[in-house]
Design a binder for this molecule. Structure first.
Ligand code: OGA
Ligand code: NI
Length: 209
């Protein structure tokens, strides 16, 4: 990612003002190809699992709240995504430098929403998981068009909701603790790399939600 300090300064300002920011052309074209390849490879391997929603979640309850499948990433294992982790390291250091956050780590997964799935309105910080500060999502939906659904709908406090199209190579970032958001029903297969900047080291992946 060739983004300079001025660029990041402007994005961080926006995020501070409106609680979210959207950055297009996030990965380089070459890296985007590799990200697609990795995602497809993991799908072929069948390593995605149904996402959870905390202790209370029976299968049925979970399905009524969120319908995505995830694959948790590990920096030391998923070396094919080295460039993604490098971008995330850059993002983390920019947050710390420009917004004076004390982010210590991040946790990311691949997310797949099959046709017909959604994620109801929620916050990303909740009881039992208070260390998520900033949510970061990189969309991988080639040729997304209106009608495909799966928009990220954000609900800034005191303002009308805003729909963000999950366009390929678009990155959405928002405050995990204050910004309510949801994923509208996706009428196609919807893919992303999704995660959180943390102010404490990540818990073990099997403990994450
Ligand atoms: C989440 C989430 C939004 C999106 O995983 O918590 O809200 O656009 N994802 O995928
Ligand atoms: Ni969320």
């Amino acid at each position: 990612m060739q983004k300079d300090l001025n660029f990041w300064d402007a994005q961080m300002d926006l995020l501070a003002q409106q609680d979210y920011v959207v950055i297009d052309n996030f990965l380089s074209p070459e890296d985007l190809v590799l990200a697609h390849k990795f995602f497809e490879q993991k799908q072929e391997e069948g390593v995605f699992t149904k996402a959870a929603i905390g202790a209370s979640g029976t299968e049925k309850v979970i399905r009524e709240i969120r319908g995505d499948y995830t694959y948790w990433l590990e920096k030391n294992r998923d070396l094919e995504l080295k460039f993604v982790f490098e971008s995330l390291d850059e993002v983390k250091s920019m947050f710390n430098r420009l917004l004076f956050l004390s982010l210590a780590d991040y946790e990311f997964h691949l997310a797949h929403y099959p046709e017909g799935s959604f994620y109801k309105k929620h916050l990303d910080q909740f009881e039992g998981r208070k260390n998520r500060m900033i949510s970061v999502i990189i969309y991988l939906n080639k040729g997304w068009k209106a009608g495909d659904g799966g928009e990220l709908r954000v609900h800034p406090e005191g303002k009308a909701p805003i729909d963000i199209a999950p366009l390929e190579n678009r990155c959405a970032m928002f405050r995990s603790d204050t910004l309510f958001h949801e994923v509208l029903t996706s009428n196609t297969s919807r893919k992303s790399i999704t995660g959180w900047m943390l102010y404490q080291p990540a818990v073990l992946p099997f403990m994450a939600l």
